[in-house]
Design a protein around this ligand. Structure first.
Ligand SMILES: Nc1ncnc2c1ncn2[C@@H]1O[C@H](COP(=O)(O)OP(=O)(O)OP(=O)(O)O)[C@@H](O)[C@H]1O
Ligand SMILES: [Mg+2]
Length: 186
C-alpha cells in the first residue's frame, strides 16, 4: 500500500452550530484583502454555517442573509471587506466556473470563500487556506490545514464553547482535503 500523502493541520470539535459560526466569525475578523478560504466536507457539514460566521466577522449588516448561492456561482456581500461566497456543488466542470469569471474574482478583491472547493481544487489559487468539516457524533469536526510552518499558531488561542471542556486544538495529519475523497488518517 502506498503511503497516502498527508498534510498537517489543526483540528477541533465544534459542539453545535454556534461553535461553527463562532469559528467563522474569528476567521472573518482576521481576514485580509485577497484571502481565499476553501471549505470541504460532506452535505450538511456546516460549510454555510461557517460562512454566516465569516459574514459576522466581516461586519456584514445583519439584514443581509448568507445562503448558498443556488442560482449563481458567487454571491457578493458587502462588509469591512467584500465577501465573495462561491459554491462549486452545482458546477459540473471547471470550465463552467472559469466562464463565469471564477479565476478573476477569487483571490483578487475581498475575502473569497468557496464551498465544495475539493470538487475542482485546480481552480483554487495556491495561497488558499483549506478547511475541512466533518460529521462526528452529531457534532462537527473541523480541520484547518497548515500552509506554512507556524501559520496556525493563533488558532490555539481560539476558545470554542462547550466542546466537552477538554477539547483543544490538536495537531493532526490528514489526507489533503483537495485530494480524492478520503477519510481522516487519525
Ligand atoms: N458544530 C455543529 N454541530 C451540530 N450541528 C451543526 C454544527 N454546525 C452546523 N450545524 C448544523 O448543520 C446543518 C447543516 O449546516 P450547513 O447548511 O451549514 O451545511 P453545509 O455544509 O453548508 O451543507 P451543504 O453541503 O448542503 O451546503 C445546519 O442545521 C447547521 O445548523
Ligand atoms: Mg452549504
Amino acid at each position: 500500500v502506498n503511503a497516502a500523502p498527508s498534510v498537517r493541520g489543526r483540528s477541533a470539535l465544534l459542539a453545535d452550530a454556534a461553535a461553527t459560526r463562532l469559528l467563522g466569525r474569528v476567521f472573518g475578523g482576521r481576514a485580509e484583502d485577497g484571502d481565499v478560504l476553501a471549505l470541504c466536507g460532506p452535505l450538511g457539514a456546516g460549510k454555510t454555517t461557517f460562512v454566516q460566521g465569516l459574514a459576522e466577522g466581516l461586519d456584514v449588516p445583519p439584514g443581509i442573509g448568507v445562503r448558498s448561492p443556488s442560482f449563481a456561482l458567487c454571491n457578493e456581500v458587502p462588509g469591512r471587506l467584500l465577501l465573495l461566497h462561491a459554491d462549486l456543488y452545482r458546477i459540473s466542470a471547471p470550465e463552467e466556473a472559469e466562464d463565469l469569471g471564477f479565476r478573476e474574482r477569487v483571490g483578487s478583491e475581498g475575502l473569497a470563500v468557496v464551498e465544495w472547493a475539493d470538487r475542482f481544487p485546480d481552480l483554487m489559487p495556491p495561497r488558499t487556506t483549506w478547511l475541512r468539516l466533518d460529521h462526528e457524533d452529531g457534532r462537527r469536526r473541523v480541520w484547518v490545514c497548515e500552509r506554512e510552518p507556524g501559520d496556525l499558531e493563533w488558532l490555539s488561542r481560539v476558545v470554542l464553547p462547550d466542546a466537552g471542556g477538554k477539547e483543544r486544538w490538536e495537531w493532526r495529519k490528514i489526507p489533503p482535503p483537495w485530494g480524492p475523497r478520503s477519510s481522516p488518517l487519525s
